[in-house]
Design a protein around this ligand. Structure first.
Ligand SMILES: Cc1cc2nc3c(=O)[nH]c(=O)nc-3n(C[C@H](O)[C@H](O)[C@H](O)COP(=O)(O)O)c2cc1C
Length: 107
């Protein structure tokens, strides 16, 4: 309920200013969390290039697949995202390399 109230207080920024949208959030139930699903539902992503990064402990089996599906339904193109398990977040050297490689895919 608290998360819902916080979300309702914040408007989605004007995305028409941007070509590329990066969406970060936690994994819930091996997939997209409810607040991020709500954002995807409400945001105008038509014609955008979208990618995602997500944090989790050890199971994210459906995240990238579900992002791809939802983003396509919103009329945007999806660039495969960056999975950030705890083991990677704790290894800053490896994390930096993976972030650089992921961002290159957006270019
Ligand atoms: C409702 C809920 C469901 C979650 N489901 C998963 C899951 O399926 N797989 C997983 O690896 N982590 C899961 N998590 C852990 C979150 O991904 C994790 O809390 C988040 O990445 C933030 O990391 P932190 O808790 O270390 O701050 C879940 C957390 C919550 C609150």
């Amino acid at each position: 309920m608290l998360r819902f109230r916080i979300y309702k207080k914040h408007k989605i920024p004007d995305l028409s200013l941007y070509d590329n949208i990066l969406i970060g959030g936690p994994v819930w139930g091996q997939s997209i969390s409810n607040p991020i699903r709500r954002f995807l539902q409400d945001a105008n992503l038509t014609g955008k290039k979208v990618s995602a990064f997500w944090t989790f402990y050890d199971h994210d089996e459906y995240y990238d697949r579900d992002m791809d599906k939802v983003v396509a339904e919103k009329g945007a193109s999806y660039i495969h995202g960056l999975a950030m398990p705890r083991s990677l977040v704790r290894n800053t050297d490896k994390l930096k390399i993976e972030i650089d490689a992921w961002l290159k895919k957006m270019m």
